[in-house]
Write a protein that binds this ligand. Structure first.
Ligand SMILES: [Zn+2]
Length: 1043
C-alpha cells in the first residue's frame, strides 16, 4: 500500500522578527521563523518502491534445516504439517498451521509446570484510569477549560479504622546508607499477614502461591476497625513523651563496624532505656517562621515589574517546612516529590488554593547508595501494610504506631536487636527506621511463583522499508557489543523474531552449528514452531546468538517485501514469552499493514498546526488489549519506532503504555543520510540494554489516612484499584499521581506517603524498594502557597493535560493549563494578599509558574500553530507521561548558557576537575548575541549554537576550525584541543551529561543550519507567529486575575 510522502516541514524562510513584548524595541537581529518541528529535520527522504515491485526472495545466509515434525507434534498435541514454502527457496522453512482445534498453542503453553500468573482482576478499558475521563469523570458536565482537582476518590485508600492523632517521630540521625546486613531471626516471630479473608501464611517453604499480587504486597486498609488505638482524641499539640530519656543520644554516630553480627552475640542483659526523643509541637514549625523557609520565600513579587525571575543556577525543589531532625531523614526529592510541600488540612482549603495536589515519583532511579536489608522479618503495619519507616512513632520499646493509619503495632522480637549497633532494645535505630529509602530482600511470601529468569526477546521489522533505513546494523552491533552486559545471570534467556509479511523464528538450540530460520506465513492464526528452542539460555547458546546477530543485517538486504505484519508478530512474541514474562523489544519502521493491528494513515498534514480534529486516540484497541494480555503474563513491550512517515504512534504506543514499557522514536532514521540519529540510537541502545531492570513488578503508593489517591500517570496497568502492574520497571521511568484530601487532617501535623515497589531483580532476587516522604499539614492558604513546588505542579499539570488532550481536545487542554495559572493566582490575590496592589502579584514559590506553563504551551505536546507531525506530538506526550520530573522540566524549559567566555570563576572542583558554572539565561533571543556561542541543555539533547560573528578564539581554540564557514554541518562532537577554552567547555558538557543516565547528543548549530529552528523554538519567552511572548502572556494572566 502506498503512503504519500510527508513533505519536508517548515520550508518557508524565516521571516518573523522575534519580539519580546515591551522589550522588542531592542530590535534583535535574530529571527524566529516558521518553526520546524522535528528535532531532526526531515531532509531525508527515503524512496520506497511500494506498489511497483514484485515480491522477491530472500538471500538466505542461513542453511536449511529440516524441522523435525515430531517436535512439532509434541508441542502442539496435534498433527503438524511442515513444508517448505516455494516462494522461499532458501534454507528457511515455512510452517503452516494444521487445521486443528481452535487454540492449541495457548493451551499447551500454559500447561507447563510453571504456575500461570494471575490475570489482572480487571482488563477492560474502564478499569484503567488513563487515558480518558480519569480526572474528569464527566467531561461533558464540567466546564471544559478548568481542572477539577477534587475528583471523587476511588475509595481505595480510604481508611476505616478509628483515628488517633498526634504523631511523634524519632529523631535519630544514624547514617546507615550503603550498609547491608543479615540478621538471624526466628521465623516464628515473623510478622504474619492479617488480611480479612486470608489465612495468615506462615509457610516458609520454597514457594508460596498466592492468588494475586494484591495479597502479597498487601491491600489497602483493613476494613476491620482496629481496637488498638491508644489515644483517639489526642490533641494535636501534644507529643508523646517518654519517661527515661538520656539526653543527647540521638546524634551519636553509629559504630563504623558495620559488619554482620554473629548470631551468637550476647545481648546486653535486659532491655535498655528507651531513647526516642519526643517530637512535640515545639519541634514542628507551624508557620511562616519555619526553619527551612528562606526569608526570600516570603516575598511577594509583581511579575510585571520583575519578570526575569529565573535563577541563574538550577532551580532547587522547596524544602518542606519541617523540623530539621525530621527533614534530614526525609526522602530525596529526586525520588519523591509532592506538588505542595505543605499539605492543606482540608479539601476545602485545597480547593481554595486552586493548585493540584499530587506526587511525582522516580522510584527505581539508579542510586549510588541504597541501604539493603536482608532480614526474615519485614516489619509492616498489620492494618494498612505500611512498611516501618523513619516517620513512625515508638510508644515504647515494644510498640510502634503507624504514621499512615495510626494503628499501634507490636515490635517483633527480632526487630529489637539492632545489628548495626549490636544493641538490643533499639528498634528505633534500625536502618528501616533511619532511612526513608531502603530496599528489602523479600522472603518467599512475596513471590507468586519462583523468580523467573531474565528473558529478552527482540522483534525486528525486516521489511523493505526497514532494510532501507539500515537500522539493523546498528541494533545488531549494539547487541553484540553489549551482550555480556545484559542484566542477568546464568539463567538469562534470549530470542529473536523478525517479520515482514510473514513471521520468522530462529532456533538457537545449543548444539546447532548455525541458527536455523523458521518461517510462519499463517499470520491469521499465529503459532509458534518448536517453542523450546526459540528462547534459549544466553550462556549456552552465545555463539549461535552472535552468529545470528552478525548475519541478520545482511539477510534481508535484497528484500522487496513491503508489507508489515506487526500485529501477528507481536502475538507470536507474546505467546513465546507468556510462560516466563520478560522484556520484548520491538523495532518497527512503518505503519503495520497486514493482519490484526493493521493501521491506516490518518494524519492530515495540512491539519498539523491545528488544535482540532487531530488523532490523539488509538484507532484500534488491538494494541491495548494485547498489552493487557502481556501485563497479565509479566511481559513488557518496548517500542522503537524508526520511521520518517506517519506510523500512528497513538495506536502503536498503547502496546508499551499498558505493559509498562517505553517508547523510543527516531523520525527520519537513516544509516547514511542521518548520522546523528544513528549516533543517538547507538547511545540510547547502550543505556537501554545495560541499565538495571526489574521484572514481575508491582507498585503501591500509600498515604496517611485522610488523603486519597485517585489518578495515576505513567506506563503501567492499574491491576486492582491502586496496585500498579509493572511487568518491567526501569530506572528511567517516572510516575505521577493525583490526590485529594478526603477527610479533614485537622488533628494531624504530619502526613506521609510511601511507595513500595516489589520486583524481581535480574539476578533472580525478589526485592522491595520503599520510599517514604513526610510533609507537614497546614491550615492557612498562605502556607499552602508558600510550600508550593512549582516544578512538581507544572509536571503534574503536564500529565493531566495529556489526558485532557486525549479525552477532550488539545485546545481544551491548553485552556486548562492557562486557567490553572489564572485560578491559582486569582485565589492568591483575593484570599491571601491583604491590599490589592496593581500588577501581577505572585508568591515567591510560584514566581516561575506562568513561565513554565507558557513553556508547556510551546512544548511539542501542546503547541499549536506550528507544523507538528502527529507522531512527534504523540511521542512528546509519551515522554511527558513517562519521564521523571527533572527531565520533563528540562525538555519543557531547557537551560541556556553562554559558553564562549567560560571562566573558572565559581567553578566546581570535582576530583581534580574544574567545571565551569556559567549562569543560566532566560530563554529569549535577547540573551543571544551573534558574537557568542550558547549551549542549550534540553535534557535528551544539547544544542550548541554558534553566532555568525563568534570570536576567532572560540572557533579555533574550541571548535578547531579556522573560520565560521568551516564548521561542519553535522558536527556532534567537540574536538579535545590542548587549550584551556576547550578543556573548560568539554568539562562542562561532560558534567552535564554525567547528571543523567542517558547520553544527550550534542548538535553544533551554525546560523544557517536547519537545526537552528529547533534551537529557536525553545526560546519560550519570545513571541512566535502563533504564540504569545512571556510578557504578553503575563499581561493576559494579569487581566484575567484582576477581573
Ligand atoms: Zn498502618
Amino acid at each position: 500500500m502506498s503512503q504519500p510522502g510527508i513533505p519536508v516541514s517548515g520550508g518557508a524562510p524565516a521571516s518573523l522578527q522575534a519580539q519580546n513584548g515591551a522589550a522588542s524595541a531592542s530590535g534583535s537581529l535574530y529571527t524566529n521563523g516558521p518553526v520546524q518541528n522535528t528535532l531532526m529535520s526531515s531532509q531525508v527522504s527515503v524512496s520506497q518502491g511500494y506498489n511497483s515491485q514484485l515480491p522477491g526472495s530472500y538471500p538466505y545466509l542461513i542453511p536449511a534445516k529440516t524441522l523435525n515434525p515430531v517436535s512439532g507434534e509434541s508441542n502442539y498435541g496435534g498433527s503438524q504439517t511442515v513444508s517448505p514454502l516455494s516462494n522461499y527457496q532458501g534454507p528457511g522453512q515455512t510452517l503452516y498451521r494444521p487445521p486443528v482445534a481452535s487454540n492449541p498453542v495457548t493451551a499447551s503453553l500454559h500447561s507447563g509446570p510453571v504456575p500461570r500468573m494471575p490475570l489482572p482482576t480487571s482488563q477492560n478499558a474502564a478499569a484503567t484510569p488513563v487515558p480518558s475521563g480519569s480526572f474528569l469523570p464527566g467531561a461533558s458536565v464540567q466546564p471544559s477549560s478548568n481542572w477539577q482537582y477534587n475528583y471523587p476518590s476511588t475509595g481505595s485508600q480510604t481508611n476505616h479504622c478509628p483515628r488517633a492523632s498526634s504523631q511523634s517521630t524519632i529523631s535519630g540521625t544514624t547514617n546507615l546508607t550503603g550498609h547491608q546486613y543479615v540478621s538471624s531471626g526466628d521465623p516464628s516471630l515473623q510478622n504474619s499477614f492479617i488480611k480479612s479473608g486470608i489465612t495468615p501464611n506462615t509457610n516458609n517453604g520454597p514457594m508460596v502461591v498466592h492468588n494475586s499480587y494484591d495479597e502479597i504486597e498487601g491491600g489497602g486498609f483493613s476494613a476491620t476497625p482496629q481496637p488498638t488505638n491508644q489515644n483517639p482524641t489526642m490533641n494535636r499539640s501534644v507529643g508523646y513523651s517518654y519517661p527515661s530519656l538520656p539526653p543527647g543520644y540521638q546524634n551519636t554516630a553509629p559504630p563504623s563496624t558495620a559488619g554482620m553480627p554473629p548470631s551468637s552475640l550476647n545481648y546486653p542483659s535486659g532491655p535498655q532505656g528507651f531513647n526516642q526523643t519526643p517530637l512535640g509541637a515545639n519541634h514542628l514549625t507551624t508557620s511562616m517562621s519555619g526553619l527551612s523557609l528562606h526569608p526570600e520565600g516570603l516575598r511577594v513579587t509583581n511579575l510585571l515589574q520583575e519578570r526575569n525571575m529565573l535563577p541563574s543556577t538550577p532551580l532547587q525543589p522547596p524544602v518542606p517546612n519541617l523540623h530539621e531532625d525530621i527533614q534530614k531523614l526525609n526522602c530525596n526529592p529526586e525520588l519523591f516529590r509532592c506538588t505542595l510541600t505543605s499539605i492543606p488540612q482540608t479539601q476545602a482549603l485545597l480547593n481554595k488554593a486552586k493548585l493540584p495536589l499530587g506526587l511525582l515519583l522516580h522510584p527505581f532511579k539508579d542510586l549510588v547508595q541504597l541501604p539493603v536489608v536482608t532480614s526474615s522479618t519485614i516489619v509492616r503495619c498489620r492494618s494498612c501494610r505500611t512498611y516501618i519507616n523513619p516517620f513512625v512513632s515508638f510508644l515504647d520499646q515494644r510498640r510502634w504506631k503507624c504514621n499512615l493509619c495510626y494503628r499501634v503495632n507490636d515490635v517483633p522480637e527480632e526487630f529489637m536487636y539492632n545489628p548495626l549497633t549490636r544493641v538490643y532494645g533499639e528498634p528505633h535505630r534500625r536502618p528501616e527506621v533511619q532511612n526513608a529509602t531502603i530496599e528489602f530482600m523479600a522472603p518467599s511470601e512475596y513471590m507468586l511463583r519462583p523468580p523467573q529468569p531474565p528473558v529478552y526477546l527482540f522483534v525486528f521489522d525486516v521489511s523493505h522499508n526497514a532494510v532501507e533505513t539500515g537500522y539493523l546494523n546498528t541494533v545488531c552491533q549494539s547487541l553484540l557489543d553489549n551482550l555480556d552486559l545484559l542484566p542477568g545471570n546464568t539463567r538469562t534467556k534470549i530470542g529473536f523474531i523478525t517479520f515482514d509479511s510473514t513471521i520468522h523464528f530462529y532456533s538457537l538450540q545449543e548444539g546447532l552449528s548455525q541458527p536455523q530460520m523458521l518461517i510462519v506465513s499463517d499470520i491469521e492464526d499465529v503459532f509458534i514452531p518448536m517453542p523450546e528452542n526459540l528462547l534459549v539460555n544466553l550462556n549456552e547458546s552465545k555463539e549461535l546468538v552472535q552468529d545470528l546477530l552478525k548475519t541478520l543485517p545482511q539477510m534481508f538486504t535484497k528484500t522487496l517485501e513491503t508489507q508489515s505484519a506487526l500485529g501477528p508478530a507481536l502475538q507470536a512474541a507474546f505467546k513465546l514469552m507468556s510462560p516466563t514474562g520478560g522484556r520484548m523489544s520491538v523495532f518497527q519502521t512503518q505503519l503495520p499493514t497486514l493482519g490484526v493491528g493493521a493501521l491506516r494513515p490518518r494524519e492530515e498534514p495540512n491539519q498539523r498546526s491545528s488544535a482540532k480534529e487531530i488523532h490523539l486516540t488509538p484507532s484500534t484497541d488491538f494494541y491495548k488489549k494485547l498489552a493487557l494480555d502481556c501485563s497479565g503474563q509479566q511481559v513488557a513491550v518496548d517500542l522503537f519506532l524508526l520511521s520518517g512517515q506517519y506510523s500512528d504512534l497513538a495506536s502503536l504506543g498503547c502496546i508499551s503504555r499498558y505493559s509498562a514499557g517505553s517508547v523510543y522514536y527516531y523520525p527520519s532514521y537513516h544509516h547514511q543520510q542521518n548520522p546523528v540519529q544513528v549516533q543517538k540510537l547507538q547511545k540510547e541502545l547502550q543505556r537501554y540494554l545495560t541499565r538495571k531492570i526489574g521484572f514481575e513488578a508491582v507498585m503501591r503508593i500509600r498515604c496517611t489516612k485522610g488523603l486519597s489517591i485517585h489518578t495515576f500517570h505513567g506506563n503501567f496497568f492499574v491491576r486492582s484499584t491502586d496496585l500498579l502492574s509493572l511487568p518491567n520497571v526501569n530506572p528511567d521511568a517516572g510516575y505521577a499521581v493525583q490526590m485529594s484530601v478526603e477527610e479533614s487532617l485537622t488533628d494531624t501535623q504530619l502526613v506521609s506517603f510511601q511507595s513500595a515497589l516489589l520486583y524481581t531483580s535480574s539476578k533472580g532476587e525478589r526485592r522491595i524498594r520503599v520510599h517514604t516522604l513526610c510533609l507537614p499539614v497546614v491550615s492557612t492558604l498562605n502556607e499552602v502557597f508558600l510550600g508550593a513546588d512549582v516544578q512538581a505542579i507544572s509536571g503534574l499539570l503536564a500529565n493531566m493535560a495529556v489526558d485532557r488532550s486525549v479525552s477532550a481536545s488539545l485546545s481544551d487542554a491548553r485552556d486548562a493549563l492557562v486557567n490553572a495559572v489564572i485560578d491559582s493566582l486569582s485565589a492568591y490575590r483575593s484570599s491571601v494578599l491583604s491590599n490589592q496592589q496593581p500588577g501581577l502579584m505572585v508568591p515567591f514559590s510560584l514566581r516561575l509558574f506562568p513561565l513554565f506553563v507558557l513553556a508547556l504551551l510551546k512544548q511539542k505536546s501542546f503547541q499549536t500553530g506550528t507544523n507538528t507531525r502527529l507522531d512527534e506530538r504523540i511521542f512528546a506526550m509519551c515522554q511527558v507521561k513517562n519521564q521523571p520530573l527533572v527531565y520533563l522540566m528540562l525538555t519543557t524549559h531547557p537551560s541556556l548558557y553562554r559558553v564562549d567566555n567560560l571562566s573558572d570563576e565559581g567553578a566546581l572542583n570535582i576530583n581534580d576537575r574544574t567545571i565551569p558554572q556559567p549562569p543560566i539565561l532566560q530563554l529569549s533571543v535577547e540573551k543571544l548575541s551573534r558574537d557568542g556561542a550558547f549551549l542549550m541543555d534540553a535534557g535528551s539533547v544539547l544544542m550548541l549554537w554558534v553566532g555568525k560573528n563568534c570570536g576567532q578564539n572560540f572557533l579555533s581554540r574550541v571548535l578547531g576550525v579556522q573560520n565560521y564557514a568551516l564548521i561542519p554541518q553535522n558536527m556532534t562532537d567537540l574536538p579535545e584541543l590542548d587549550t584551556p577554552e576547550s578543556a573548560r567547555i568539554i568539562a562542562f558538557i561532560s558534567w552535564l551529561r554525567e547528571q543523567r543516565p542517558f547520553f544527550p547528543i550534542l548538535y553544533v548549530i551554525r546560523d544557517e543550519s536547519p537545526m537552528k529552528a529547533n534551537f529557536l523554538q525553545n526560546m519560550v519567552e519570545d513571541r512566535t507567529e502563533s504564540a504569545l511572548s512571556y510578557y504578553e502572556f503575563l499581561l493576559h494572566i494579569q487581566q484575567q486575575v484582576n477581573k
